[in-house]
Ligand binder design. Structure first.
Ligand code: HEC
Length: 395
């Protein structure tokens, strides 16, 4: 049942997010490409687009209070649906099970429910911090405001990394940014639109200022989209969130994605925009691979073993976080193992060898006997390297 809900809400979440972000990208593209070459007084620019066998004519206009269009489309439910479904997923996947998927027991001994408390508290606190900052006079100093927000986010991530497992840290940062985006739509973009429409209905002239204020939030949303996509998908990128330098990696990714998005928006004004994108991409890739590799201080045998671990497909099942189909192998040596048949032992090297060669001989309690036997697949050398690697996973 939980599994079914998970599938349904994840689908809703992803589809709504695609629709929302698609809108955000398309409307920004409209703004960039509107040409102010028509002489109509009320026009802010227009363009023609070829699609579906016809041309779409798009014009941005100042609204005349006498002629408010009858059918005016507004865009908000994509955003709200994304947030609501995301929040349901957060609760059903991470706040249930006693919060065990958030806190990392090797880092903190807080009771599990504190994971959910910290997560929820930071989602609300993060929004309040961001919102108050951009209501303060700092809003007139955009760059300083952005730097403060970025530094705070990274500082927060570093703090959270002392409590949460790496995967949950990235997810939590994504959930906080996503909440800010949706709250921007609810509390600023929609509110200012409603004020503008109310004034128009009273017959007052179109006040472009209200739109401009909302535009700051809308611009934030626009630039946050790429980083949020990365953070939300990061469960698939264990080499990033699992690295000892995971927060530095997140910082590099966020900066690079914002630069890339900005250059995509500047393609009219910056002649070498493509080169800048390539440069940002290459520099970020180099920085990230340096960060990933420099975090690796294990012995040569363990590093070689990690290679075998990936190439032999072990990492498909054995992820570092709990809740996956196979037990995490971190800190296995010396741990007490309980088996499905009721026996138990303390894991040592010979147990690890046996588990790899013929795992179903002793099936760990709580897991299906799903691991294939590797006795005839691995060479002795590969087996030794794997054991060295698993021994090196001390935390
Ligand atoms: C198809 C999924 C899958 C793959 C691939 C897989 N495993 Fe496993 N592994 C499991 C499951 C499920 C268990 C727990 C049940 C059991 O003990 O058989 C397990 C258990 C283990 C254990 C004992 C863990 C413990 O907590 O006591 C070790 C060690 C291990 N695997 C190592 C490996 C290595 C090394 C590889 C790659 C050569 C590998 N596994 C590939 C699913 C997998």
């Amino acid at each position: 049942m939980i599994e079914l809900l998970n599938i349904v809400f994840r689908m809703i979440h992803v589809v709504a997010a695609i629709m929302w972000i698609g809108n955000s990208l398309l409307f920004t593209w409209f703004e960039i490409n509107l040409l102010k070459e028509d002489d109509e007084e009320d026009s802010l620019g227009a363009m023609n687009m070829l699609h579906g066998g016809g041309t779409f004519f798009l014009q941005k206009r100042i609204i005349n209070p006498e002629e408010i269009p009858q059918r005016l489309h507004i865009f908000k439910w994509q955003s709200y649906t994304t947030w609501i479904s995301g929040f349901i997923l957060l609760i059903s996947l991470f706040y249930t099970r006693g919060g065990t998927l958030l806190l990392d027991p090797s880092k903190s001994d807080l009771p599990a429910y504190m994971g959910a408390v910290i997560s929820l508290g930071s989602i609300i606190g993060g929004w309040l911090f961001y919102d108050l900052l951009w209501r303060s006079p700092l809003k007139n100093h955009g760059i300083i405001g952005l730097l403060i927000c970025f530094a705070t986010l990274i500082g927060y991530g570093a703090w959270l990394d002392t409590l949460f497992n790496g995967r949950a840290v990235y997810l939590q940062m994504g959930a906080m940014l996503g909440t800010m985006m949706s709250a921007n739509v609810l509390f600023h973009i929609m509110t200012n639109q409603a004020k503008m429409m109310a004034a128009l209905l009273e017959g007052k002239p179109h006040d472009l200022n209200l739109g401009k204020q909302a535009k700051i939030r809308s611009n934030h949303n626009h630039y946050i989209t790429f980083p949020v996509i990365f953070l939300m998908l990061s469960a698939h990128f264990p080499s990033t969130y699992g690295s000892a330098h995971n927060i530095a990696i997140a910082a590099v990714v966020i900066v690079a994605l914002v630069i890339i998005k900005h250059m995509m928006n500047c393609y009219h004004t910056v002649r070498r925009w493509k080169e800048f994108i390539a440069l940002a991409f290459l520099a970020a890739t180099a920085a990230i691979s340096f960060l990933i590799n420099s975090a690796d201080d294990s012995s040569p045998a363990a590093s070689a073993g990690r290679e075998v671990f990936t190439t032999m497909g072990c990492s498909a099942c054995h992820l570092p976080q709990p809740g996956t189909i196979a037990p995490s192998l971190h800190g296995l040596i010396g741990k007490e193992r309980e088996f499905a048949d009721g026996t138990n032992l303390i894991a040592d090297v010979s147990y690890i060898r046996e588990s790899i060669q013929n795992s179903t001989a002793k099936v760990v309690k709580g897991y299906a006997p799903a691991m294939p036997p590797y006795a005839n697949v691995l060479t002795d050398e590969q087996l030794d390297l794997l054991v060295a690697y698993i021994q090196s996973l001390t935390r």
